[in-house]
Design a protein around this ligand. Structure first.
Ligand code: PMP
Length: 418
């Protein structure tokens, strides 16, 4: 008899039988308010009728075209439609299946385009689990463990995580930019540095928005040194932060945007976008994959873009995100163990901190479990797992936000009583 590998660590006890909107249902018909959304994937909610219909139609027409063998219409139409939402100048798109693969595609593009080998990433970043992407990942203690040697050429620079440093944001930004300049002067010279890769909001690393001034400082340095500025929007794209792209909260222009998760409402699809000039410097044929730009995933992505536009989900994300953030802050104000609540749009994190200032992982875990018992599904993040994050579908309404907050208040009360 076969059994599921213990490599799988399940964060909640739920056996999901069915999903609809912001709810998951188990076999017994119990409803769970899903504030995990498949780790920020099902932005349009579970099984949105328009997405379901588009995917069903495509399944019956052409499932797999293999884009390096034949071209298909859903892919070509998706490129056009992405052109309507991508930042100006990013007019060339390449597809893969997962966030990790797309990050690796961006890294290879940057290395090929510049002829330089080094990549600079930031403390607490998560870029994926394939070896290249894992080499760029420091958001947890396990991601690079036990399979050395990892990919070379990666330097990890400080991220201005003001709360954990115990500084104000301006001081954290000044420190992080100064350290970056030190790295560029000593460890990873500009002529050897192909790319900066950063998330607009540290995701797995604890839901820490990158300060505007920091992103702008990176842009300046990228311009000064011909370094490719890669924004990993895998978790922050497609309306998640209350703007279409997370980096739009700052006044910057990325050279490459990496996208996945929210792009196709749960079908495996990812992509990178860059200018045609930059993309032309990649080596044709050096990238690809059997399943990239699967026709059903592309059809689902087209339907996802329709829903985001027609149901004004970016605006809803901003409005519901503000309500969720405010509610979570109100709850934190009554509980000393929550030291900080932060986020952008519908990415909201509550960070648990012990009285000695160290991360309070145990209370975060208890609060997450107590919420699940009461029917609210949440996930942990942060390097140690000290942050509880809320990341519901973008279709969430005020009643559901309030319901989740009421459960969260009880869960935190129970977790803090121990
Ligand atoms: N980048 C970011 C910012 C992510 O949040 C994730 C997934 N959590 C990835 C990359 C990797 O994506 P995937 O799991 O699809 O490989």
């Amino acid at each position: 008899m076969a059994h599921l590998s213990p490599l799988v660590r399940q964060a909640t006890p739920v056996l999901a039988a069915r999903g609809e909107g912001v709810y998951l249902y188990d076999d017994a018909g119990r409803a769970y308010l899903d504030f995990t959304a498949g780790i920020g994937v099902t932005g349009t909610g579970h099984c949105h009728p328009h997405v379901v219909e588009a995917a069903q139609r495509q399944v019956a027409t052409l499932i797999h075209g293999q884009f390096t063998t034949v071209m298909h219409k859903p892919l070509l139409t998706l490129v056009e439609r992405l052109g309507e939402v991508l930042p100006p100048g990013l007019d060339s798109v390449f597809f893969a299946n997962s966030g990790s693969e797309a990050v690796e595609a961006a890294m290879r593009l940057a290395r090929q385009a510049t002829g330089r080998s080094n990549v600079i990433v930031f403390h607490g970043s998560f870029h994926g689990r394939t070896v290249g992407a894992a080499s760029m990942t420091t958001s947890g203690t396990k991601f690079r463990a036990g399979f050395a040697p990892i990919m070379g050429g990666v330097t990890v620079a400080p991220f201005p995580y003001a709360y954990r440093y115990g500084w104000d944001e301006a001081t954290a930004v000044r420190f992080a930019l100064r350290e970056l300049d030190y790295i560029l002067a000593t460890i990873s010279a500009p002529r050897e540095t192909a790319a900066f890769v950063i998330e607009p909001v540290l995701g797995e690393g604890g839901y820490v928005p990158a300060p505007k001034a920091f992103l702008e400082g990176l842009r300046e340095r990228a311009d000064a040194h011909g370094i490719v500025f890669v924004l990993d929007e895998v978790q922050t794209g497609f309306g998640r932060t209350g703007k279409f792209w997370g980096h739009q909260h700052a006044d910057i222009r990325p050279d490459v945007v990496v996208m996945a998760k929210g792009i196709a409402s749960g079908f495996p699809l990812s992509a990178i976008a860059a200018s045609s000039e930059l993309m032309a410097k990649a080596w044709p044929g050096s990238q690809g994959g059997t399943y990239g730009a699967n026709a059903v995933a592309c059809a689902a992505a087209l339907a996802t873009l329709d829903v985001i536009r027609d149901e004004k989900l970016v605006e809803n994300s901003a409005a519901m995100g503000a309500r969720l953030l405010e509610g979570a802050r109100r709850i934190a104000s009554e509980h000393a163990r929550i030291g900080d609540v932060r986020g952008l749009g519908l990415m909201v994190g509550s960070e648990f901190t012990r009285s000695d200032g160290e991360p309070d992982v145990a209370t975060a875990q208890r609060a997450q479990a107590a919420a699940a018992e009461r029917g609210l599904l949440l996930l942990l993040c942060g390097t140690w797992g000290q942050v509880v994050r809320m990341i519901p579908a973008l279709v969430v309404n005020a009643k559901q936000v309030d319901e989740a907050l009421a459960i969260w208040a009880e869960a935190v009360r129970e977790a803090s009583a121990t």
